[in-house]
Write a protein that binds this ligand. Structure first.
Ligand SMILES: *Cc1c(COP(=O)(O)O)cnc(C)c1O
Length: 872
């Protein structure tokens, strides 16, 4: 019988146990082992049954057990200690409070998904887990972030397999009352409500749930409320589902509704208002429009509001894969804005222009969220050094005339939250070595000094640790595999073989990730015979654990999974290769530590960063990966192996796969398995252990989310907060007017004549050239521009490769047509082919980059020729 109404009956905790409820509602338990140990001891069996979720645990413990604990002195003492620890964590000064300089009072961090814990399944993959790690690391550092996202009633799907290996999707219903969430309420106790105007006099309303992530509130908007019509109720139904209108409504709710939720939260709690808004990928980009509308109401025009918003906005792009970027039909966007819909004070054409792909090859009828993200943010970044470079090339068309190196997109390499991803066994060994307090700081702040002593851990301890982690994984795999086979319709009697699946002494390779085609799940199957030989090698076998979800609409990805599952089902190899369904955080936390090798073979350079390999490294796993994302930046032969790539082979994808797969097999046969199985005099694999040790002590501190968040604070949030503060309404108007003037007058800016003190084509190292340049500024003044000499080494095509810019100074008085003479010295500080050129750029104290306007003037060919601009 189906219930007509559903309630959640919450347990009433006896007074002495009240603190348990606070501990359960602050998600810090998800990265604090002491808190989890306390909950486990409430009722170990129910803890396991609740999947390690304290809210579910407390909902299931019988009253008698609670009464007994309420009288248990020992338990109450431990409860008081853990509660006291949380209290100190929440209120004490941390890294952020010890910084000098005026750091942002608050930063709002928007993301379409957040992976905090398996108990709050609001993520699909890397982007969400990164957002979760970002919030947790910010909490550990004491950085005042407010997270903003949506609460999806079905989260992302749960994956299982059909008998023949085809992905099945299930969408369990999540009841927010059973999740670690509190409703945001008005002073009178009524739920706070956010509302958006939709075309046709409809509206989209949402409530706001607050997840407490350590010190950080995470606001999640939920449209599944009675005040909405059926369609609007479904807006937050699931992550990355539905058609494009559905998606647009989700993103409007996230961006526009999200800002309104932040304002409401600050009003109700007294939290400081954000000075910086950070959008994690383009999906939340509408947040900039809502803030512009706020400023319009204060009397700024569109352009001034745009400048004011840009100053305090940071945009992070996460993918060079076009399918990862949201693009909407222009008309669809147009319908949802304007007088009869949202943000009536912003001109619809101006909004549309913000998302227009105004570069060669751009689609005029599409509205690109990443492009809008870049236009609404004065600061932008990619997520690894290589991805920064790829993004600068990819978006260079938005800054015409500039070399990709000068495109104002920097990079901050991702990191992972160690207290979440380091296995308790690894943490205990580290804490034994350097002390608990220091271990905690080393993991959260990412201060590398504290990692050095990890290098003193004895070989035997490292090797024993690795074996016990592998053994734990083997047991976990058998359990999950058995459950999967039952689900696929097998009876217990057929499953005896599962007790022999995987071997705790065999080299274990892990490969788990979402299944878009560029990640090449099945590259390892390219030559099945060679793979079989590796799996079944008499002396040096390998075993492989594979997991991953394909997007529900991606049949290609599902076919790849099926191919892999069918291979793994083969009785000849099924004890050495397994596919585990339903990859998620809970599995990941068991999987990474147990793998000796973490394999990653994307099509370079499409993996923007990748983070799973970092999590493996933090547990002493070695990486075996294509030089893409973070591995391109930090690979060292001590940390693992680089799979050679065939990027240059052109468009023949098949041939490229053949070459790269062959390289992978070679590495495994010749290098990896040998290093693992070869024993030194001590009876241990010395080289392998040394690699593990170096991975832990040298790579460990780099890959931390604490390091990443510190970089965001220092390089992006703080400059953005300063820019935001400098951008008073008057300053914003001034900057907007100045930009309009400069754009209008730029056609009159020219470089007319260049001369130097050296006539010959050779010069001596250490000498100085005197440069004299005549420029035309038209109606602009010298304070509107910077005239630069750009110099450096040149390549065969006379392209300056390591350019450095030196500003020149105006001398004398202008000619009648606005001609100015600029002069300055240029020192020849490099030997070899050297060249320089001269250029004029806009200059204003409120610009973050001189490329910001996408305007520059360089000598015409005739002028360059006359000046003999290149010397050799
Ligand atoms: C870390 C993580 C990811 C992201 O891994 P990539 O290396 O970026 O593909 C995806 N899913 C889960 C569950 C993770 O923990």
């Amino acid at each position: 019988m189906k219930a007509i109404r559903r309630f959640t009956v919450r347990p009433v905790l006896p007074e002495p146990l009240r603190a348990l409820s606070d501990l359960a509602r602050n998600l810090r338990w998800s990265w604090h082992a002491g808190t989890r140990d306390l909950f486990r001891s409430v009722d170990p069996e129910r803890w396991a049954a609740a999947g390690g979720d304290p809210v579910r645990l407390l909902g299931s413990v019988p009253g008698e057990r609670l009464a007994a604990l309420a009288g248990d002195r020992d338990f109450l003492d431990r409860l008081a200690a853990v509660a006291g620890d949380l209290d100190a964590y929440m209120t004490g000064d941390r890294w952020y409070q010890r910084q000098s300089g005026r750091l942002p009072a608050a930063v709002a961090y928007f993301s379409p998904e957040f992976g905090i814990t398996a108990a709050l399944p609001q993520y699909s993959g890397g982007l969400g887990i990164l957002a979760g790690d970002h919030l947790k690391a910010a909490s550990d550092l004491g950085a005042p972030l407010i997270g903003v996202g949506l609460l999806y009633r079905h989260g992302y799907f749960r994956q299982s397999l059909s008998r023949d290996g085809w992905q099945q999707e299930h969408y369990p219903v999540l009841d927010p009352h059973e999740l670690p969430l509190d409703q945001l309420k008005e002073a009178d106790g009524a739920p706070a409500q956010i509302s958006l105007a939709l075309p046709g006099d409809r509206s989209l309303r949402a409530r706001v749930w607050v997840a407490q992530v350590g010190r950080i509130p995470l606001l999640l908007l939920d449209s599944d409320i009675e005040e909405n019509d059926l369609i609007e109720r479904g807006v937050t139904d699931r992550l990355y589902g539905g058609g494009s209108e559905h998606r647009l409504l989700q993103e409007m709710l996230l961006g526009i509704g999200g800002v309104r939720a932040v304002r409401t939260y600050c009003r109700l709690t007294g939290h400081a208002a954000p000075e910086v808004f950070h959008t994690n990928e383009g999906h939340a980009g509408f947040l900039g429009l809502e803030r512009m509308a706020e400023l319009r109401a204060e009397g700024l025009d569109f352009d001034a509001a745009l400048e004011a918003v840009r100053a305090g906005t940071v945009f992070t792009t996460h993918t060079p894969v076009p399918a990862g970027i949201d693009r909407f039909d222009r008309e669809l966007v147009a319908r949802h804005f304007g007088p009869h819909a949202e943000l009536p004070d912003l001109e619809v054409d101006r909004i549309l222009r913000l998302g227009m792909e105004t570069y060669p090859g751009g689609e005029p009828n599409l509205f690109n969220m990443a492009v809008m993200g870049l236009r609404l943010a004065q600061r932008a970044n990619g997520v690894s050094l290589l991805h920064g470079q790829v993004s600068r090339e990819m978006f260079a068309g938005l800054w015409p005339g500039f070399d990709p190196e000068e495109v104002p997109i920097t990079s901050v390499t991702n990191g992972v939250h160690a207290p979440t991803w380091v296995a308790p066994e690894v943490y205990r060994l580290g804490a034994r070595q350097i002390g608990t307090q220091r271990a905690e700081e080393a993991l959260s702040v990412g201060d590398s000094d504290r990692w050095d002593s990890v290098a003193d851990i004895p070989d035997q301890d490292i090797w024993d640790l690795r074996r016990s982690l592998r053994e734990l994984l083997v047991l976990e795999v058998r359990e999950r595999l058995r459950a999967s086979w039952r689900q696929r319709g097998a009876g217990s009697a057929e499953l005896g073989w599962i007790d022999g699946v995987l071997d705790p002494d065999v080299l274990t390779i892990g490969f788990a990730r979402r299944v878009p085609s560029y990640k090449r799940l099945t590259l390892m199957l390219r030559d099945r015979d060679r793979l079989m030989d590796l799996l079944l090698h008499p002396d040096r076998p390998v075993q492989i654990v594979v997991a991953g979800k394909a997007h529900p609409a991606d049949d290609g990805g599902k076919r790849l999974i099926q191919e892999l599952v069918r291979f793994a089902d083969d009785p000849r190899v099924r004890h050495r290769i397994v596919f585990l369904p339903d990859y998620g955080m809970a599995m990941a936390q068991k999987l990474y530590p147990g793998c000796d090798i973490w394999l990653n073979n994307p099509l370079r350079p499409l993996e923007a960063c990748g983070t799973s390999g970092m999590k493996a490294a933090l547990n002493g796993g070695l990486n075996l990966s294509v030089l893409d994302g973070w591995w391109d930046e930090w690979f060292q032969p001590d940390f693992g192996w680089a799979i050679p790539t065939a990027d240059g082979v052109g468009t023949d994808a098949d041939r490229r796969d053949d070459i790269e797969a062959a390289a992978l097999y070679d590495l495994l046969e010749q290098r990896v398995t040998r290093a693992f199985y070869e024993r030194g005099r001590s009876g241990l694999p010395d080289r392998w252990i040394e690699m593990v040790r170096r991975t832990l002590s040298l790579l460990g501190p780099k890959v931390l989310a604490g390091r990443m968040v510190r970089e965001y604070v220092e390089r992006l949030y703080t400059p953005a907060a300063h820019a935001h503060r400098a951008m008073s309404a008057d300053a914003a108007r001034e900057l907007a007017e100045w930009k309009a003037t400069v754009r209008g007058a730029w056609h009159g800016v020219t470089v007319d004549h260049v001369e130097t003190s050296v006539a010959s084509a050779t010069a001596e190292l250490g000498s100085t050239l005197a440069l004299r340049v005549r420029v035309g500024l038209g109606s602009l003044r010298p304070e509107d521009v910077e005239v630069q000499a750009v110099a450096g080494r040149v390549d065969e095509e006379d392209h300056i490769t390591d350019a450095a810019a030196v500003p020149l100074k105006p001398v004398g008085t202008p000619g009648a047509g606005g001609e100015w003479v600029y002069e300055g010295p240029l020192s020849l500080d490099r030997t070899g082919p050297f060249g320089y050129t001269v250029r004029v750029l806009p200059s204003h104290r409120l610009l973050a980059s001189s490329a910001e306007l996408g305007l520059l003037a360089v000598p015409s060919e005739a002028v360059a020729e006359a000046a003999g601009l290149l010397m050799r």
